[in-house]
Design a protein around this ligand. Structure first.
Ligand SMILES: [Zn+2]
Length: 78
């Protein structure tokens, strides 16, 4: 039972990663950005990325919030 929930959460995480992979575009000029310049681990549920665009020089930050393990298990059971 617990194994099933964990597998479902992992599958959903992989899908989320794939869905966001092609969405890293410069908000200023729309150029595709390969990877952040810097990623900072804030805590177990939050990572902050610093980006800069090589085309126009625009710099910005994004923050990614991960669901807690309890949230994942609740979502998998629903
Ligand atoms: Zn740009």
């Amino acid at each position: 039972m617990a194994l099933h929930a964990e597998t479902a959460a992992r599958t959903r995480a992989a899908r989320t990663r794939l869905a966001t992979y092609s969405k890293n575009h410069c908000p200023q000029c729309g150029e595709w950005l390969l990877a952040p310049d810097w990623s900072e681990y804030l805590n177990e549920r939050c990572v902050r990325h610093t980006w800069s665009c090589q085309d126009c020089g625009y710099q910005f930050e994004t923050a990614v919030f991960f669901a807690s393990r309890e949230d994942d298990q609740r979502a998998a059971a629903a």
